[in-house]
Structure formats: structure tokens, C-alpha cells
Design a protein around this ligand. Structure first.
Ligand code: B12
Ligand code: SF4
Ligand code: SF4
Length: 365
């Protein structure tokens, strides 16, 4: 007798390169009820795509059943992107910045994960169809980030881990350095049971967040989050937050670095996730003075393109201001007249922050 289609799908997910796979039903989960309020309070900042609504004016991400009425199940897959390097903030060299672990890779994770999901889709269609007539004539649609759903909620209900107090998704064995990807399908599959929450009384992530963006357990104000500020936010970073950003130039890992569940997280050997040369702790002056041609060349195929040249240079300039390294004063003085007005304004702030007594006429170090 052929094994149940659900366990075949999980086997095939492994073959397609996933570390975890579970199945969630399409339901109005309790966790989704807080989303409209999260949006109404403006916690998403300038990420307008999160506000997108259906014809009835309902938030698309809050109800998959309305947006994809054909979907009966969600196959949720996760892949470990942890590599053997130490934490991004562990560089002792103040002239180098911090890039979050997920962005060190050679290839953008959206493409890597989507490729594996598509492979899984075709494995399910080609192989299982032979043994499980239930799968013939069914629809599949794969998403990484861009689907009308909050992936972590479905990952929880697919039984492969829990949504933690830092809002990240954690698996008991693998930790939280995981990318998620989902396949919506019209297949009526037997769903897994949600995994228990294992945060317990711990609050390390909340206590460690430099900008106090975790406003309560499981609730993030993205407007305060360094990840949002360095990746998604265009234009000026609110002045009151700049000095808390340390030397982060793209993303932030602090609430995951401190998490006990990541202490023994295994490292992957997958070539796609190994760091590019020079990206774990890039030189700040290289980033701050970068021009478009160099940016396009250095970050071809990398998730870092999302910050755009202006955003990345702005972030590097803030990091210089926070470095405490007066070697940067000369560069910052030059950048204070940069043709990019955002970079120039942040350079003036950084110069003042670096040398609180400087009147703008810093000495030559
Ligand atoms: C927008 C977005 C962001 C925003 C907002 C983050 C956020 N927390 O929402 C910003 C730019 C800040 C961001 C940052 C990061 N992101 Co992001 N992001 C997304 C994206 C595209 C949508 C997330 C979303 O819809 N958020 C809406 C809010 C309301 O959802 P939520 O915070 O998860 O809230 C739920 C829970 O809090 C729960 N809940 C409600 N009440 C309570 C109460 C308790 C006690 C608990 C425990 C939970 C709980 O219900 C809420 C849903 O309403 C997803 C991909 C996707 N389509 O899902 C990737 C995604 C979440 N991001 C990812 C990653 C890797 C990151 C970063 C680690 C990158 C980095 N190093 O800088 C950081 C992590 C920061 C953090 N602590 O979350 C991964 C997460 C993988 C994982 N293991 O969790 C995802 C899934 C992308 C992917 N395909 O792999 N991200
Ligand atoms: S990613 Fe950084 S800023 Fe955002 S919640 Fe986590 S620790 Fe705070
Ligand atoms: S640091 Fe503690 S509270 Fe935060 S996610 Fe990890 S286990 Fe949960």
C-alpha cells in the first residue's frame, strides 16, 4: 500500500532541499485576529504593501480563505541558513559594520527558496500522482514573502515550531535561523498539530533589543526595529533612534543572537548560503563612499539591493557616527556635502555624534 500522501510530501520536501516541512489547514487562526489592529496602529511603518485589501476592504494577509478560496491546505517548508560564522556584532574592529546573517549569502534567499518550492511542486505532481490519484488535477502556488499570508502563523499551525516572543519562528532542534516558504494547494491534506511554545519565562530578546522595538511578547513595532530602519525605511532615520543602531548597516540579529534556542543551532553546508567574501563585516568607508556602479556589481543577486545605494550609504554613515572611531571624521566631513541630501544630513549628524564637542571644524586625524 502506498504511504499517505502527507508523508510522501514531507519526504519529497527533504529531497527538494528543505530541513522542515509540515501541513497547515486554511483557517481564520486566532493569531490573525491581531493583524488588523497591528496595521491600524501603524506598526508596519512605510511598508504599504502590508495594507493591501481585497474587494470587500479586508486585509488580504488576514484571510487566506477569501484571497485564495480554492486553497485547502498550506504546505510550509523551512530551510536552515545558519553558517559557521560568529555573530555579526562580534567584530572587535570599529571600522567595520554589521550585516545580518540572512544577507551574507551568495544568492538572494527568495530565489533559492522559491526554486526549491517549485521543485517540490513538480515532485509532488510528477511522482505522487502515480501512487496517489488524490493529487491529480490539483492547483499549487508557491510563495516566499510575497504571498497574501503571514508565513509564521502557518508555520506554527503546520507543527514545525512556534512563534516566539521576538516574533521569530523557532524550531526546537534547528533554532530560528530559518527561511520559510509556502505552497498553497487545493489538495485537502491532513494537517499537523501546532507545536508548543517553548519561550517559557525567558525575556532575553525583549531585554536585549537596542531600540525597544519588541513592545510586548510577540509584538513588534517595525518603526522602531533596526531591521526595518536599515532595509525598508527610505529617507531620514528618526534622529532619536540613530545612536541605538550601533554599526548595523543591513538588518539586525540581536534578538536571535541572544536566544538560547540558537546556542546549538546547526550550521548548513549549502553552497547558496555561505557568506560572500567581505560581507560578514564590511568596511564602513567602502560602503559610505560607494557609487552606483560598484553597488550594482558588489550586490548583484544579493538581498542587500533592497536597501538601495542611498539607504546603504546612509546606514554606513550612521554606523560611522556610532563607531567612536575618530578616523572617520575626515570622511564624514567630506560626506556632509554629498550630492545625496539624505547621506549629507546623516553625515552631519554622525560627525556631531562622533565628536560631541566638534563645531563642524574637526581636526585632521
Ligand atoms: C514584513 C516583514 C518584516 C518586517 C516586520 C517584521 C515583523 N515582525 O512583522 C521587518 C522588516 C521588521 C522584518 C524583519 C525581519 N525579518 Co521579516 N518578514 C516580513 C514578512 C514579509 C511579513 C511579516 C508580517 O506579515 N508581519 C506582520 C506581523 C503582525 O506579524 P508577526 O509579527 O509575525 O505577528 C504575529 C505574531 O506576533 C502573532 N501573535 C499575536 N499575538 C501574539 C502574542 C504572543 C505572546 C506571541 C508569541 C505571538 C503573537 O500573531 C501575529 C499575526 O497577527 C515575512 C514574510 C511573510 N510573508 O510572512 C518576513 C519574515 C517574517 N522575515 C524573516 C526574517 C528572516 C527577518 C529578520 C530576521 C531579518 C533580519 N535579520 O534583519 C528580521 C527579524 C525581526 C523580527 N524580530 O521579526 C523571515 C522569518 C523567519 C523566522 N525564522 O522567523 C520571514 C518569514 C521571511 C521568510 N520567508 O523566511 N521582517
Ligand atoms: S531585529 Fe533588532 S531591533 Fe528588531 S526587534 Fe530584533 S533586536 Fe530589536
Ligand atoms: S530569547 Fe527567550 S523569549 Fe526570546 S525568543 Fe528566545 S526563548 Fe523566546
Amino acid at each position: 500500500m502506498a504511504p499517505p500522501v502527507e508523508s510522501r510530501i514531507k519526504e519529497l520536501a527533504r529531497r527538494a532541499g528543505f530541513d522542515l516541512c509540515g501541513i497547515a489547514p486554511v483557517r481564520e487562526f486566532r493569531e490573525l485576529h491581531t493583524f488588523p489592529e497591528w496595521i491600524a496602529d501603524g506598526n508596519h511603518g512605510e511598508m504599504r504593501y502590508m495594507e493591501s485589501r481585497d474587494d470587500a476592504g479586508e486585509l488580504k494577509r488576514a484571510s487566506l480563505a477569501r484571497v485564495a478560496p480554492w486553497a485547502r491546505s498550506v504546505i510550509v517548508c523551512a530551510v536552515n541558513y545558519n553558517t559557521a560564522q560568529s555573530y555579526s556584532t562580534q567584530t572587535p574592529d570599529s571600522t567595520h559594520g554589521w550585516i545580518s546573517r540572512y544577507a551574507w549569502s551568495r544568492e538572494d534567499y527568495h530565489e533559492v527558496v522559491l526554486r526549491r518550492l517549485r521543485q517540490l511542486e513538480s515532485l509532488i505532481q510528477q511522482e505522487i500522482t502515480n501512487h496517489n490519484p488524490r493529487t491529480t488535477g490539483h492547483g499549487f502556488r508557491s510563495y516566499v514573502d510575497t504571498g497574501p499570508l503571514i508565513e509564521r502563523v502557518y508555520a506554527k499551525h503546520a507543527g514545525i515550531g512556534w512563534i516566539a516572543k521576538n516574533t521569530c519562528f523557532i524550531n526546537q532542534k534547528l533554532g530560528s535561523w530559518l527561511f520559510l516558504g509556502v505552497i498553497l494547494t487545493s489538495l485537502e491534506l491532513e494537517a499537523d498539530l501546532p507545536a508548543p511554545d517553548r519561550c517559557g519565562t525567558c525575556t532575553r530578546c525583549i531585554d536585549a533589543c537596542p531600540t525597544r522595538a519588541l513592545i510586548k511578547p510577540g509584538k513588534l513595532d517595525a518603526r522602531l526595529c533596526i531591521s526595518y530602519l536599515t532595509i525598508e525605511k527610505r529617507g531620514a532615520v528618526p534622529e532619536g533612534l540613530r545612536s541605538e543602531m550601533g554599526r548595523h548597516v543591513f538588518g539586525c540579529d540581536i534578538c536571535q543572537d541572544v536566544c538560547p534556542w540558537n546556542r546549538k543551532a546547526p550550521a548548513t553546508t549549502a553552497a547558496e548560503f555561505q557568506p560572500r567574501e567581505g560581507l560578514v563585516n564590511p568596511a564602513l568607508d567602502w560602503l559610505a563612499e560607494m557609487q552606483q556602479e560598484e553597488f550594482s556589481k558588489a550586490f548583484r543577486g544579493s538581498p542587500i539591493r533592497r536597501a538601495k545605494l542611498s539607504g546603504l550609504r546612509r546606514n554606513a554613515v550612521i554606523a560611522m557616527g556610532n563607531s567612536g572611531d575618530t578616523k572617520f571624521a575626515a570622511t564624514l566631513r567630506r560626506l556632509a556635502d554629498d550630492p545625496d541630501a539624505v547621506v549629507a544630513e546623516h553625515a552631519r549628524w554622525a560627525l556631531k555624534h562622533l565628536r560631541p564637542n566638534a563645531t563642524g571644524a574637526a581636526t585632521n586625524e
